[in-house]
Structure formats: structure tokens, C-alpha cells
Write a new protein. Structure first.
Length: 579
RNA sequence: GCCGACGUAGCUCAGUGGUAGAGCAGCGGUUUCGUAAACCGCUGGCCGGGAGUUCGAAUCUCCCCGUCGGCUCCA
């Protein structure tokens, strides 16, 4: 037990060393890669000798050895080595990954190492003073990981663990993990009968059940309304197109790996669409465009299909068929900044409406290999950055991480397990307008090339719905709930009255239902309503029928009030507008 | 795709070489009840698929498929 709290990053990194020390003792000859601290914990990558692997069952033994080493109170001893010395030492130890790392360290930089008992590691530090100074840790699971994340490199085995300043904090964290598992969207999807995935259907393809479809419709209706309000024009485009179109757009050149194979129709090859941009471009170029028509904002809820490797599929968050809330903005260069700003405002508004007040913004700029002229890149990057800054938003700059065809802003939100998922993206494209020879006639009577922006706000209906479910733990706000009110009768005698109330609520625009379970006890129906996370349960017995009221139980606040039907409608209206 | 784990009824899970089980759900009946589970009964399984070992396999071995945790990639 340490009284003073150690910086968590240091603590976790030191725990990673402790774990590596234990692994090296238990598996002599193990090679080790990197072992950083990460959010909520740490990991270390290993390659065991003789092609052996450890599994989750080895973790308790490793943990036990870690505790044993802690008992020895080994110091974390720092030393600085000359480059040649370090290379020699790690070659002697047979640690090829460390040798690789040293070779990547720029000349002239200090090479520091840490020794903990017999364990010797290349490491920048800092560390806790000794192994006993780690109050609480736990190993969590193993995973495969390529060296340098490169699939041409050997695959190492990674052990993930977590470490905290006290047992209580560790317990709290483990509890948090358990809570997160409970609000996993895949579990909620089944429990609330929202969607399913089926082996018979095929991987990464989603079946939206009636409840899920209801929520999606509400989201889509809201989305369309907002887009019309902000000067977007809604369009529809097909699901397939001639292969030639994908040649022209360049997708077959740089995106073919993610596209499904061709199908032949009357000797002509067609492809299922992985993106909508070429279609929207064809709409733009279907006739001569004037500068007066710019900016032209074309939006569509577009279902696309992309091949994803089987190991990457994940519930609704990573699928093969999904519906993007896609839009393409064609504008003049001097309109670019205002357009980006408009999109950013829209992202924030949209996210806030769905309860996401914290988003993470990344700005990715020009990579080494890039299409388009430098001044276009500069203009676009400046537009993106200024739009972020004038809104007072934080962002992370990723230099050189942009696509080859343009810089971009990505917006991430997090799932229940803390994993980051990209949703909104605002992406300039200097490539496609060029390839399709897009132009508009300017005030000067001459043809000019428009700038083009791809953007999505929610990302895809599937992913957004998944993250949304986890965000609310399945208890969606009133306006999104598939069933907003259930009317529960004390006995079957009140069924007619309940159906009448339901009809009035439906008429007022709410989704209300009367559970069809003759003879079932009220308590059972209440329990079902609670488990289904229906926001309001209107209990109706003799008293309510006589008084023309409903005894409203809020499943969220646990509150209970008697309301007349008009009052009930008024209350629902108010809440639906706000939440 | 790669590394590891897992796959038993619709769901959650028990069953480690000797006749496939429980709870919930579903169905049938009885019950008409005041804020989180009424009672009784019934149905339901090629134990993911295939091959092998064995007198005998849910159980042991191999291959395949799928799922999960990661790696890479991405909305």
C-alpha cells in the first residue's frame, strides 16, 4: 500500500515491466517488443521461444509470479548506454525487437535502459522506484499483434493488463468494465429486439427489427428535416453502377480491395457501390452549372457495401453493408471555409441532439504522396482549421495523415468499452472533380473547377445506432424510444379504456401500445415494460377509468403521477422536444 | 486475413468417455389481481459442421465454419 499516489502512466508502464520480468522468468528465451501504458492500463508484446503461445489460462500464473517478484522489492535501475553498446547488449540477449527499436532511434539521442532484477529493457522511463511500489494490478486478456502493427512482420502475443493506485480503484475499474459489457450494443440489440445479425444472412449484414427500424426512422426524419433547413437538396441514387464509372472515379484504382466483385449484365460489368460520390457528381454534371447554383449540397441516406475482413466485423460498429448519411458539397474556392463551418455547426448540433456533448476532433493534413495543387491544399487546410478554431473547439493535428486526395476532419465518439469510433468526417476531394472534369460557369463567363467536399455527420446509421445504444445503455430518450408509452391495465376490464387512450396518444403523434397479454398480472407487465426500457408506463385501473386519467410511472425517474389525458400529452410533447 | 479463446434449447448456463439437463422465453389451461416475475402442465436439442480414436464421444484428436478479444483497415 503506497500512501502517495503515483502518476498512473508511470505506474502502468512499470507494471508492464514487472509483467515482462515475470514472463521472462516463466518462459526463458521469450522475446519482448514494446510495453507502453495505455488508457486504463498497459500491454506488453511477446514472442515465445519455439513457436509456443500463451493463452488466457497462463495469466494467473504470470500474475502470481509478478506478486512474487514484487516481494523481492527489485529497484528499477536506469542506465544510459552508447548506441553500439546497447546494440551489442540486446544482440547478446537475443532481443531482436529491441535491436530493431534501437536502430530506429535517431543518432545522437540518449539511449536509456532499465533493469529490474534480471529483466533488462530498452526504455525511456520514468518508473516507480521499486516493484513493491505498485499497489494494485490485474492482467486482463491476451491478443495477437503484429510487430509495428505491420502484417508483413511477425505476430507477437500481447497481454493487456491494468494497474491502479489502490485495490479500491482497481475494483472500481473492473466494475466499470462489467457495466460496459452490460451496455454492449449487441446485447442490447437482442434484449430490446432492435436488430440482429445472422450467420445464414452473411457476416456484417444487419437485420433491423421493427423496434430498431422505428428508431432509425425517427433519426432519419430528423436528419432530413435538418438538411432541408440548412439548404441541402435530398437525392436518391442506385446501388450499382457500370464498372466504367468506378474506373473514372478512380475507386477501382485505390479502393478495389474494399469493393465487391463485378456482375455482368448484357455483357457489361457492374459493381455494387461502396460510395456515393460518383453518383452525386453525375447529378452535378448532368447539365451546365452556374456559379449562382453554388454551393450545391447534395445529400442522401445511401446504402453502400464494402468488403471488410471477417476478423474486423463487430456488431453494428463494423459491418459490410451500411447506410451513410452522405452529402457532397460543390462550391467555389472562396466558399470553402463557410461550407466547412456550416458542416461543423451541423455536426455539433446533431451530436448534441443525440446527447453527445463530447466529441474528439482530428485534423489530418497533406500526406507525402498527394493529388491536387499545393495552393488548393493550403486553402482547404486553412478552411478546416479556421472553422474549428472559430468555434473554440479542441482538435488533434495529424500531419500527413490526410487522404491522398484531400485534407480532412474526423470526429470520433466512444463506445461503452471506451473504444473510439469515427462518425462524422469532412473531407476535401481534389481528385474526383478533376477525373470527372467538373466545372461551373463563373461570373466571368469562364469555366471553373468547383471544390468538392465529402461529408457525413452520423457516419453510418448502423454505427451511429450502435454507439447511441451504448451511450444511453439502451434507455433511449423519449423522442427516440421505439415504444414511448405502454398502457398497463390492472385487469382486463380496463382494456377498452386503455386502447382508447393509446389511440389518442397515437393521434397526438406518440408511439403508444397496450401489451396484449390477457389475464397477466399488472406487476408482470410493469416488469416487462421496465426491462424493455419503455420511458413511460401508464397504469390504468378502476379509479383511472372513472376519473378519465392515467397513473403515469416514469421508468427513468421512478416518479409516479396521476394525469388527465390532455396533461399527459402535454407532458410528453414537452419532453420529446427537449430530450 | 493473422494470434488467442469460445460454440450444448430462442436467451443465460450446467453437464469431462456410459440413456442430453435447469431457469427464463414459447404454447395450453387456471387466475382478473393496484406499480419489477401468479399457479399447473406441455413443447422444444444432428451438443456449430465434417472426419478420426473408442465397444461407446457433447466430452479425446484433426480439419472447416461462426462468434468474441485484439492487430491492420475504416463509416
Amino acid at each position: 500500500m503506497s500512501a502517495s499516489s503515483v502518476d498512473l502512466e508511470t505506474l502502468r508502464h512499470s507494471t508492464a515491466h514487472l509483467m515482462a520480468a515475470a514472463v521472462c522468468e516463466l518462459f526463458p528465451g521469450a522475446e519482448y517488443g514494446i510495453g507502453p501504458s495505455i488508457e486504463d492500463g498497459f500491454y506488453y508484446d511477446f514472442l515465445l521461444p519455439g513457436g509456443t503461445h500463451f493463452s488466457d489460462e497462463d495469466l494467473p500464473a504470470i500474475e502470481a509470479r509478478m506478486h512474487e517478484i514484487q516481494g523481492r522489492h527489485s529497484q528499477y535501475q536506469r542506465s544510459e548506454l552508447a548506441r553500439a553498446e546497447a546494440l551489442l547488449e540486446f544482440r547478446r540477449l537475443g532481443q531482436r525487437f529491441k535491436v530493431d527499436l534501437i536502430e530506429r532511434i535517431p543518432e545522437g539521442e540518449v539511449i536509456s535502459c532499465y533493469r529490474t532484477g534480471d529483466f533488462f529493457d530498452l526504455c525511456r522511463g520514468p518508473h516507480v522506484p521499486e516493484t513493491g511500489a505498485i499497489p494494485a494490478f490485474k492482467l486482463l486478456h491476451t491478443a495477437g499483434a503484429y510487430w509495428h502493427g505491420d502484417e508483413t512482420q511477425p505476430m507477437l502475443q500481447r497481454i493487456y493488463g491494468t494497474a491502479w493506485n489502490s485495490q479500491a480503484e482497481l475494483d472500481l475499474y473492473l466494475e466499470r468494465l462489467e457495466m460496459a459489457r452490460k451496455r454492449d450494443h449487441r446485447r442490447l440489440g437482442r434484449e430490446l429486439d432492435l436488430f440482429s445479425l445472422s450467420d445464414e444472412l452473411g457476416g456484417g449484414l444487419v437485420l433491423w427489427h421493427p423496434n430498431g427500424a422505428t428508431v432509425r426512422t425517427v433519426i432519419e426524419d430528423h436528419w432530413r428535416r435538418e438538411h432541408r433547413r440548412r439548404g441541402y437538396q435530398l437525392v436518391y441514387t442506385p446501388h450499382v453502377a457500370r464498372e466504367q464509372l468506378w474506373e473514372t472515379s478512380g475507386h477501382l484504382g485505390f479502393f478495389a480491395d474494399e469493393m465487391y466483385g463485378p456482375m455482368e449484365v448484357e455483357g457489361e460489368r457492374y459493381r455494387i457501390k461502396p460510395m456515393s460520390c460518383p453518383f452525386h457528381i453525375l447529378i452535378f454534371s448532368s447539365r451546365r452549372r452556374s456559379y449562382r447554383e453554388l454551393p450545391m449540397r447534395l445529400a442522401e441516406l445511401a446504402s453502400v457495401y464494402r468488403f471488410q475482413r471477417s476478423g474486423t466485423l463487430h456488431g453494428l460498429l463494423r459491418v459490410r453493408g451500411f447506410t451513410q448519411d452522405d452529402a457532397h458539397i460543390f462550391c467555389a474556392p472562396d466558399q470553402a471555409e463557410a461550407e466547412v463551418a456550416g458542416v461543423l455547426d451541423m455536426v455539433q448540433e446533431m451530436m448534441a441532439r443525440f446527447g453527445f456533448n463530447q466529441v474528439e476532433i482530428d485534423l489530418s493534413t497533406k500526406p507525402a504522396k498527394a493529388a491536387g495543387q499545393d495552393e488548393m491544399w493550403e486553402l482547404a487546410e486553412a478552411a478546416l482549421e479556421r472553422a474549428i478554431q472559430t468555434r473554440g473547439l479542441d482538435f488533434k493535428l495529424n500531419p500527413g495523415e490526410g487522404a491522398f486526395y484531400g485534407p480532412k476532419i474526423d470526429v470520433h465518439i466512444r463506445d461503452a468499452m471506451g473504444r473510439r469510433w469515427q462518425c462524422a468526417t469532412i473531407q476535401f476531394d481534389f481528385n474526383e472533380p478533376e477525373r470527372f472534369g467538373l466545372e461551373f460557369i463563373g461570373a466571368d463567363g469562364l469555366a471553373h473547377r468547383p471544390m468538392m467536399v465529402h461529408r457525413t455527420l452520423l457516419g453510418s446509421m448502423e454505427r451511429f445506432f450502435g454507439v447511441l445504444l451504448e451511450h444511453y445503455g439502451g434507455a433511449l430518450p423519449l423522442w427516440l424510444s421505439p415504444v414511448q408509452v405502454q398502457l398497463i391495465t390492472v385487469s382486463d376490464d380496463q382494456l377498452d379504456y386503455a386502447l382508447g387512450v393509446a389511440a389518442r396518444l397515437e393521434q397526438a403523434g406518440f408511439r403508444a401500445e397496450v401489451p396484449d397479454r390477457p389475464g397477466e398480472r399488472m406487476q408482470a407487465k410493469i416488469r416487462d415494460g421496465e426491462l424493455a426500457k419503455v420511458p413511460y408506463l401508464g397504469v390504468i385501473g378502476k379509479r383511472e377509468v372513472e376519473a378519465g386519467t392515467v397513473n403515469l410511472r416514469s421508468t427513468r425517474e421512478g416518479e409516479q403521477v396521476v394525469l388527465g389525458i390532455d396533461q399527459l400529452i402535454e407532458r410528453l410533447r414537452l419532453e420529446a422536444a427537449q430530450s
